[in-house]
Design a protein around this ligand. Structure first.
Ligand SMILES: [Zn+2]
Length: 139
């Protein structure tokens, strides 16, 4: 019998939020992912997008991405597991700003090996809501 290729199942919704806040996922980034709340700052959007990568919520990642830089789809690497987010700094991105940036280190496990992505991301308001514009990967 031929083996059918099936996509890797999305990880089960975690109890603790992957974004690093000491909160339950359902009451933290889960509320944004379900569309029940909007990010109030660029940093909160950044945290919710990290959590969306961790739980592989493609629709949320796409709708929190600026239409000009948004890809057609998000390719989740099945061998990569996002473990922990470390916010290194943020500029603007608050209630009275239209732009903001967040520098972070996103820790992952790839086939059991630990690694980290260091990125400086830019966020803007689009239709009143914070969206991800682009980012520079730092060495
Ligand atoms: Zn969260």
């Amino acid at each position: 019998m031929a083996r059918r290729r099936t996509p890797a199942p999305a990880p089960a919704a975690p109890a603790d939020c992957p974004c690093g806040r000491s909160a339950r996922y359902a009451e933290c980034c889960g509320r944004l992912h379900r569309g029940e709340a909007a990010a109030s700052s660029a940093e909160q959007l950044m945290r919710s997008r990290f959590s969306a990568f961790a739980v592989r919520d493609e629709p949320y990642l796409l709708r929190s991405w600026h239409p000009e830089t948004r890809p057609a789809s998000v390719d989740f690497d099945p061998s990569l597991r996002w473990e922990r987010l470390e916010i290194l700094g943020a500029t603007e991105g608050g209630p009275f700003h239209t732009e903001g940036s967040v520098e972070f280190r996103a820790h992952y496990l790839e086939g059991g090996r630990a690694g980290a992505l260091h990125e400086h991301s830019r966020f803007v308001r689009h239709g009143g809501e914070w969206v991800y514009l682009d980012g520079d990967v730092r060495a």
